[in-house]
Write a protein that binds this ligand. Structure first.
Ligand code: NI
Length: 156
């Protein structure tokens, strides 16, 4: 297990469009494990590779149902709408209101290099979409409605 340093808003790696993963190397497997460990250590519900300075299309999410690994994820379909509070480990101490789809179906590569579809609703949909935004250099603060609020600790 290795924890990686979480980069904060203002760092260039958070604003880049990340590269597709073409092969699951031991290096990539280590990165996925480290992302999961770092997410849990930081008490987050998701973490994307660019948040630890790696410009690859990989993210992990856990909304309390076990870790989900997203590799080259794409949205297949979405429906509905939810408006709620969101935070980000790269924007510590802040949160804000963001509207996203209520349900989403995401196609992702697995660590075994097969493909699967993951359906998420509510918080899982929000978390996956938030992490997928990171892979394109987008932060929730770009989408926030109204002002950012201060919180004791960030939630995502
Ligand atoms: Ni985030």
């Amino acid at each position: 297990m290795a924890l990686r340093k979480i980069r904060e808003e203002g760092e260039e790696c958070l604003r880049c469009v990340c590269k597709e993963v073409v092969e699951i190397t031991p290096h990539i497997k280590d990165l996925i494990e480290d992302l999961i460990d770092t997410m849990y250590e930081a008490d987050g519900v998701g973490l994307a590779a660019p948040q630890v300075g790696v410009r690859k299309r990989i993210a992990v999410v856990d909304v309390g149902e076990g870790p989900i690994v997203l590799i080259n994820p794409v949205v297949v379909s979405s429906e509905g709408e939810q408006t709620g509070n969101e935070g980000c480990l790269s924007v510590p101490g802040k949160c804000g209101i963001v509207t996203r789809p209520m349900k989403v179906k995401v196609k992702t590569m697995t660590p075994e290099m097969t493909y699967e579809e993951i359906e998420g609703e509510g918080l899982l949909a929000r978390a996956m979409l938030h992490e997928m935004d990171h892979l394109d250099g987008i932060l929730y603060i770009d989408k926030v409605e109204g002002d950012l609020q201060d919180v004791g600790e960030s939630e995502e």
